[in-house]
Design a protein around this ligand. Structure first.
Ligand code: NAD
Length: 481
């Protein structure tokens, strides 16, 4: 049994009350570690330590802070294999994905913001008669970074890298479902000599220590990624305390397939956008709209490709589909399947759990699932399933599909597949989603704004957006006449 410790004041420490949460290996269905269930006394120590560290971290040059972040990235790169295996055991995702997506993306996040902060510039505005304004961007102080379980290390670093780079101190709370790589990350911070108190990682469940972090008067801003329901709770708490908040929430993303698209490329990518990470990506397309002239062909080819996906032990290199992250989430997806069946829609494939033999016989696996004839009035059509399930829908015209795509409370991302430039621009302009891909999906450029509209969130991350979120503009107006 492994024990995870909090990272407070530069040290690995036990929670004061010695309470722990079981951490499961979801592909085995067994507890393999224990994670601190931190309490207010742990948070008090973390805040005290950050307060002590804040001024000297803020006053350090951008170059020096940048160097430390580069060193953290380099150290993770050296331990790439250890991080990838830990992520797979903790989350259930295929090791190939942890190796090629999760860990490299975490390294990139750190390097991107380490370099962004030394290449950043501020604005100045001159007036006639010898007056100039210049705008400084000050760090906010102590900020909270709260992250989910689907990309544990990647999404943790996506938040803490910009926050630290510009001189904030961070209280991070990783998901209690997948805390292991954040723990390994804290060991790396100690190894490279990140000054104590600059980053404190306080583990525990969201409703307890997560909520306390958001409420704490010394926390100036909350950067949160997770479910819409949680986002609304955080938003309510933070707004009553006048805290800055950034919310990256759920989605019910459309994939729009016109009959003039590059069919092979679309098919290959739509398999990934449907079932990648077992469908547990906020950017996954859960609703696929196909132009009626190619609907039958698409359905046949898509089912054929989905059937080729190998579900099994995520540690094996031949596996494409690992396990669902937790027993609770596994049951949530299965209850969604029951609701789909009750609504009268039918599964073309899947719609059930999957037994994997051997070491994984107690694991939580679900077959890739494709639904047809799902009524657009049902909850299943409207709500995020966050699992390996998509529904297929026919459309005839461009205007019709624009209306269908927008028929959701969410607005995170969309993909449009067409070779007609006018169609691509028109649809991209008319749909209400924060991220629109044309003839691709999940192609990331860290300089671009990332985030959603409507119930998918508030604010944007990425590039300058994160730097702006984690800083406060201060305008200085000088009359030098
Ligand atoms: P969740 O909302 O249950 O938990 C996310 C984090 O918030 C966890 O660390 C949790 O402990 C914490 N938390 C829970 N309640 C809290 C509270 N009251 N106060 C403070 N913290 C609290 O989400 P999850 O199940 O971990 O993640 C899945 C969801 O995340 C999906 O809806 C998915 O779409 C979304 N997601 C969105 C993005 C994005 O960029 N938009 C990226 C990844 C995941």
């Amino acid at each position: 049994m492994k024990t995870i410790f909090n990272y407070i004041d530069g040290k690995l420490v036990k929670p004061k009350k010695a309470n722990y949460i079981d951490v499961f290996n979801p592909s085995r269905g067994k507890v393999y570690a224990k994670c601190p269930e931190s309490s207010s006394s742990d948070l008090t120590l973390a805040i005290k330590s950050s307060k002590k560290a804040l001024n000297s971290w803020k006053e350090l040059s951008n170059e020096k802070r940048s160097k430390i972040l580069f060193n953290i990235a380099n150290e993770i790169e050296k331990k790439h294999k250890e991080f990838a295996i830990a992520e797979t055991i903790d989350n259930g995702k295929p090791l190939n994905d942890s190796r090629s997506i999760d860990v490299p993306r975490a390294i990139n996040n750190l390097r991107f913001y380490a370099s962004a902060v030394i290449n950043d510039s501020s604005e100045s505005h001159s007036l006639p008669n010898n007056v100039i304004n210049y705008t400084l961007r000050d760090p906010l102080g102590i900020v909270a970074c709260i992250s989910p379980w689907n990309y544990p290390l990647h999404l943790l670093t996506w938040k803490i890298a910009p926050a630290l780079a510009i001189g904030n101190c961070v209280i991070a709370k990783p998901s209690e479902v997948t805390p292991m790589t954040a723990y390994l990350f804290s060991k790396v911070c100690i190894k490279v000599g990140l000054p104590k108190g600059v980053l404190n990682i306080v583990h525990g469940s969201g409703g307890n220590i997560g909520q306390e972090i958001v409420e704490h008067p010394d926390i100036k801003a909350v950067s949160f990624t997770g479910g819409t329901k949680t986002g609304k709770i955080i938003s309510k708490t933070a707004s009553s305390l006048l805290k800055k908040v950034s919310l990256e929430l759920g989605g019910k993303n459309p994939i729009i397939v016109f009959d003039d698209c590059n069919y092979e490329e679309m098919l290959k990518t739509t398999i990934k956008s449907s079932f990648g990470n077992q469908g547990q990506i906020c950017l996954c397309g859960e609703r696929i709209f196909i132009q009626d002239s190619i609907y039958t062909k698409f359905k046949k080819d898509f089912v054929k490709e989905a059937k080729k996906l190998k579900i099994g032990d995520p540690l094996k290199s031949t596996t494409n589909q690992g396990s669902i992250v937790s027993k609770a989430h596994y049951h949530k997806i299965l209850s969604y399947f029951n609701a789909v069946k009750d609504s009268g829609a039918k599964f073309i494939i899947g719609g059930r759990s999957k037994k994997v033999r051997g070491d994984c016989s107690d694991g939580w696996f679900i077959e890739p699932s494709i639904v047809e004839d799902l009524s657009r009035k049902t909850k299943c059509y409207k709500e995020e399933a966050f699992g390996p399930v998509v529904s297929l829908h026919k459309f005839k015209t461009r205007d019709e599909v624009i209306q269908l795509a927008n028929e959701t409370n969410y607005g995170l991302s969309a993909s449009i597949w067409t070779s007609n430039l006018k169609t691509a621009h028109k649809v991209a302009q008319m749909i209400d989603f924060g991220i629109v891909w044309v003839n691709t999906w999940n192609l990331r450029d860290l300089r671009t704004p990332f985030g959603g509209m409507k119930d998918s969130g508030l604010g944007r991350e990425g590039g300058k957006e994160s730097i702006r979120f984690f800083s406060e503009p201060k305008n200085v107006c000088i009359n030098y006449s």
